[in-house]
Write a protein that binds this ligand. Structure first.
Ligand SMILES: [Zn+2]
Length: 483
């Protein structure tokens, strides 16, 4: 195994550790696991293409379309189900069905079906990858017209300004209790017109289906349970992902991480730019939130296993006046991130011309590999340490001296050791790291906790490292009842 060090790292034998039980289990730095390398390289460009050819051949996958019409959403979701089922006997495939009323654009109650494939792990904690299989045809220029209208009417003055001017009845999540945005009150369009949705979001759908095959065939026994999800109702306001997230919260399903992929297949932007070597990840703040930490993790692991494909981290929930299913998970308190191609072509979104010729399969395969590397590492590593007390406050103090940094965390199952990270309190990314043994507290003498941000990750004996849990004060709304 090759050792990969991103930061200046040292293994410390406890000279500075005060009051901790010292167990000098050998802990390796984040390693390149040849099994993950093999898994990542087994993503097939050809299969992505075969899957998307079929998926985009259905006339429409609009959530409000007639599910009994041939060539419609009913046939499409059944095909996804059958394809996942025949992929591997290790996958537990099911419809995640919800009866939903008052979906905008739909008549009456809709039976909405997400399609999910579960690859059981040793522990119940779950890591998801998703795309939305529903499609949309807005008519009259699709997303190009919507975007031009948004910037032309009010200028790009911020999320609120752009949101107010948007004309797309698509997926903008609302804050609870917020009145519907103007776009959501528009009369229904004909949901049965042609909507191939090859890139939006056939690309994310077949990415999730291909990763189901790759993980199931890898022969690796993962600690975490992996879920390969294709959802419906995204274009009507994240309805399918929202219903799943709410149920998961109610039933206390341990969703550790959710990788949402939506419009991830195009390398040619509508402005003539070309970029087949980077992918954007959007994540909800504030800094050091579980979603931001997950985004950083995906970028870090992606750089190790797919070094010629770069993740561009975006410190915002999503693009202006656009949304995606990760936000429905965030709304229920789960860590979730949104992958987006780097150069979009708005003229080929939400219209009849979102066809397969707009998808670059070499690029889509690279994006699938970045997802695969992060998911596999996360699923083999121990869960990230819990660094808060039962009231949600960070377990950090100044010891009796008043001038030391004393960190405590709960032991993560399967951890052979931990890695502590820190940075200047104004720095955007971790600057230093220190590998410690199987301890659950650590003291840095004469480091003022007001001047530094600290975090800790769990590592197993083979060197798989979790995402980083940071010692941060919870947002004011969480501690003061939303005041
Ligand atoms: Zn979409």
């Amino acid at each position: 195994m090759a050792t990969v060090g991103q930061f200046k790292g040292t293994t410390v034998c406890g000279a500075a550790v005060l009051g901790a039980v010292l167990m000098h289990a050998p802990v390796q730095a984040q390693t390149v696991d040849p099994r993950i390398e093999k898994l990542v390289s087994s993503v097939s460009e050809a299969r992505l293409q075969t899957l998307l050819q079929k998926l985009s051949s259905f006339k429409t996958r609009n959530t409000c379309s007639d599910p009994n019409a041939p060539d419609s959403i009913g046939a499409a979701r059944q095909w996804i189900y059958d394809e996942l089922k025949r992929t591997s006997p290790k996958l537990q495939v099911s419809f995640d069905t919800h009866q939903v009323q008052s979906i905008r654009g739909c008549q009456g109650t809709i039976e909405l079906r997400n399609v999910m494939a579960v690859l059981p792990g040793k522990s119940p904690r779950r890591i998801y990858v998703s795309g939305h299989y529903d499609s949309l045809n807005l008519g009259s220029g699709g997303q190009q017209t919507s975007n031009a209208g948004a910037t032309g009417a009010q200028g790009a003055t911020g999320a609120r300004g752009a949101q107010g001017a948007q004309t797309r009845p698509g997926a903008e999540p609302q804050a609870p209790g917020e009145p519907p945005a103007p776009n959501q009150q528009r009369p229904a369009r004909d949901p049965n017109v042609v909507a191939p949705g090859a890139n939006d979001d056939g690309s994310g759908t077949v990415l999730s289906m291909e990763l189901a095959r790759v993980f199931a065939e890898s022969g690796i026994e993962f600690d975490a349970t992996l879920v390969f999800m294709t959802v419906a109702g995204e274009e009507q306001g994240l309805v399918g992902a929202g219903a799943h997230a709410k149920k998961a919260k109610d039933e206390k399903t341990p969703i550790q991480a959710w990788f949402n992929n939506d419009i991830v297949g195009g390398s040619h932007g509508g402005d003539g730019s070309i970029d087949g070597a980077t992918i954007r990840i959007y994540s909800e703040g504030p800094e050091d939130s579980p979603s931001r930490s997950l985004a950083q993790f995906a970028a870090r692991i992606g750089a190790i296993y797919v070094p010629n494909h770069r993740v561009r981290l975006m410190a915002r929930r999503d693009r202006f006046s656009r949304g995606g299913d990760h936000s429905a998970l965030n709304a229920q308190g789960f860590a979730a991130i949104g992958f987006r191609e780097s150069r979009e072509n708005y003229a080929k979104q939400h219209g009849p011309n979102d066809t397969i010729d707009g998808v670059d399969f070499t690029y889509l395969a690279q994006n699938a590999r970045v997802n695969a590397a992060g998911m596999a590492t996360l699923a083999l590593a121990p869960p990230p340490p819990v660094v808060t007390n039962e009231r949600g406050a960070p377990s950090i103090d100044r010891r009796s001296s008043g001038y030391d940094a004393h960190l405590r965390w709960q032991a993560s199952p399967g951890a052979a050791g931990y890695r502590i990270f820190w940075r200047n309190a104004w720095a955007p990314d971790w600057e230093h790291e220190l590998t410690v043994g199987a301890v659950t507290e650590y003291t840095f003498p004469k480091m003022n906790i007001d001047d530094w941000v600290f975090g800790v990750a769990a590592i197993d004996a083979a060197g798989h490292e979790s995402s980083i849990s940071a010692y941060v004060t919870p947002p004011r709304a969480a501690t003061e009842g939303g005041q």
